[in-house]
Structure formats: C-alpha cells, structure tokens
Design a protein around this ligand. Structure first.
Ligand SMILES: O=C(O)[C@H](O)COP(=O)(O)O
Length: 316
C-alpha cells in the first residue's frame, strides 16, 4: 500500500507526477491547513516550500511521520528541533539554487549601481536628456561585503570577483581555505560599498541589520538582501534610507510578503524589490522540487540518500 504524503504547497509538475506515482498525496488547501488532514489520515511525509508552516503542532498530529521535505533551502518555516527530537528526517536542497540566487543578487547590485530603472523609465518617457544628470557608478573596484559565506555567498563572491570587486566576508564561522578576507561584522559594515546578505533566518540573525548596523554603513552603501526579510529591521532600514545613511536597497525578500500597499519601501526611487523570485527560474525550481521529492520517496522506501540533503543527519 502507498504511504501518505501531506502536500502543503504546490511543487513543480514533474515533482508532482513523481509524488503521485509513488505516494498517496493529501493536498492541504492552504499552507496552514495541514493539521485537520493529518488528524484524519496517517501521514508519513510532509512536503512544503517556504510558506507551509511545519509547526510542532503539525508534527505532533503526524505520529507516523518519517520525513519532512522542504523543496528549497531555507528552513525557517520548519520546526527542525521538534522534528529532530522525534527522529524525523528533514530534507532540503542546499546548493541547488546557489547560481540563480547569486545571479539575482548581482542583478540587483548592478541595476542599483547603474541607476537602470530610473534611466530606462526616463527613456520610455522620451527623456533622453536624463543622461545629463546620470549619476550611475561602476561596481569594478568597489568593496563587496558578503554576510554569510555558504553556497550562495560563495557564488556571489566568485561573480563579484570576476567583475573586479574586492570581496570581504563575515560569517558566524570563519572559513578556512577561502580566498576572501574575513572581517568582524562591524568592520565589514564600515568598509563595504555594497553588502549582500546570504544568511539563514535563525534566532542569531533575526534583525541582525538594525539601527546600529545602519549607523556604521557608508552613505554611498548599497544593501542587497536575497536571504530572508527578517534579517533586517525594516523600520531601521526605512529610516536609514530616509536619512540617506545609505544610498540604496535591493531585495528579493521582505519581512512581510507580499508587502502592504502603503509600505514606504515601495515608494522609494533608490529601492528595488523583486517578489521572492530569485529561485524561481523554471530550471532551478524544478531541480529543487524533483531532487527533494525523489529523496523523500527513497527515504520512505528505506533507501539511503546523500547525507548532505538530510539537514539534521548529524543530530539523528
Ligand atoms: O529558501 C529557498 O529555497 C528560497 O527562498 C525559495 O523559497 P520558496 O520555495 O518559498 O520559493
């Protein structure tokens, strides 16, 4: 008999076909409506993306649960501790979206630095003379401060180096054998022309970039966030932009997604925001979903998988 999987959010068509071929799929109508379904059926695996709340209560409602499967990287919507305490494997797809997110971070940097959107809009409004007041700059020769030198941070470092930037980084763990110079956080904020955030959202990174941090940044600084919105204190960010403590902000993530229609960030010319789409290229989205779903099916079948895709393998 097929095992049951609770699907909290849609996955790619190919991954969906795999799930339906191997497992009995219970579809939650909303990312938070898993508990009643789990109470009515034994659930052996939960599959989610970034919004489905895999809470301690949902885990408790699934006494047969073997695997929690996150078709992506960030695990801030999964209570990993509660899962680990019960011996449940948490599977995700580290590294798979590194190239596309790194490209997105560079895209935001370049677009802000070259004033791409204001000039393109001006040309569309027949204002060629915008070139007379053009104040764009190069990224070549600038210092890029990377916060979080994991899979994505390393790709950003490599791309930025190819553009002629000088790369420094801060990470909770100083890394051996990397070509980039480690700086204490305060020093990195002070020295960087552009900063790019690649940190997971955990208690230690929640609102890490606060009023004090903005106070240390250069007035020409640009801040890029493709990690999680809550890593920044958004009120402090708005103040910093208002007071011109920094020059620009580019992000794919916000503390509240989607933002309120009256969110001040949406009105600012030196702010570019994309809709958490950095990983959503068809290729990467499908790769993340298929890899994670196949790993889940294999684990439920009792097969071994590459341990790097079991986030809590060391604790189990
Ligand atoms: O953590 C991730 O993998 C990205 O933020 C994408 O998240 P999503 O699966 O919610 O699109």
């Amino acid at each position: 008999m097929k095992k049951n999987v609770l699907l909290l959010e849609s996955v790619s068509d190919h991954a969906d076909l795999l799930l339906n071929k191997h497992l009995n799929v219970l579809v939650a109508e909303t990312p938070t409506s898993g508990i009643p379904l789990a109470e009515a059926n034994p659930v052996h695996a939960i599959v989610t993306r970034g919004k489905g709340d895999v809470s301690e209560a949902l885990i408790a409602a699934c006494p047969k649960l073997e695997v929690i499967s996150r078709c992506g990287v960030g695990l801030d919507n999964v209570n990993v501790d509660a899962a680990t305490r019960k011996g449940i494997k948490v599977v995700n797809a580290p590294g798979i979206n590194a190239d596309t997110v790194a490209e997105h971070a560079l895209t935001l940097m370049l677009a802000l630095q070259r004033q791409l959107f204001s000039t393109v809009h001006a040309v569309k409004a027949n204002n060629w003379d915008i070139r007379k007041t053009y104040d764009g700059d190069e990224i070549r020769g600038k210092t890029l401060g990377i916060l979080g030198l994991g899979n994505i941070g390393k790709k950003v470092a490599r791309l930025a180096s190819a553009f002629g930037m000088s790369v420094v980084y801060w990470d909770a763990h100083k890394q051996e054998g990397v070509d980039y110079h480690f700086l204490p956080l305060e020093e990195l904020l002070y020295q960087s022309d552009i900063m790019s955030l690649h940190l997971p959202l955990v208690p230690g990174t929640h609102q890490l970039i606060d009023e004090k941090a903005f106070g240390r940044m250069r007035p020409n600084a640009i801040l890029i966030n493709t990690s999680r919105g809550e890593v920044i204190d958004q009120q402090a960010l708005i103040k910093a932009l208002d007071r011109k403590l920094i020059a620009g902000f580019g992000a794919d993530v916000l503390a509240v997604e989607p933002p309120a229609t009256d969110d001040p960030l949406l009105q600012m010319d030196n702010v570019l925001i994309t809709p958490h789409s950095a990983s959503l290229t068809a290729r990467t989205y499908n790769e993340m979903c298929v890899l994670t779903v196949q790993n889940t099916i294999d684990l439920l079948d009792g097969k071994a998988i590459n341990q790097k895709y079991i986030f809590n393998h060391k604790e189990l």
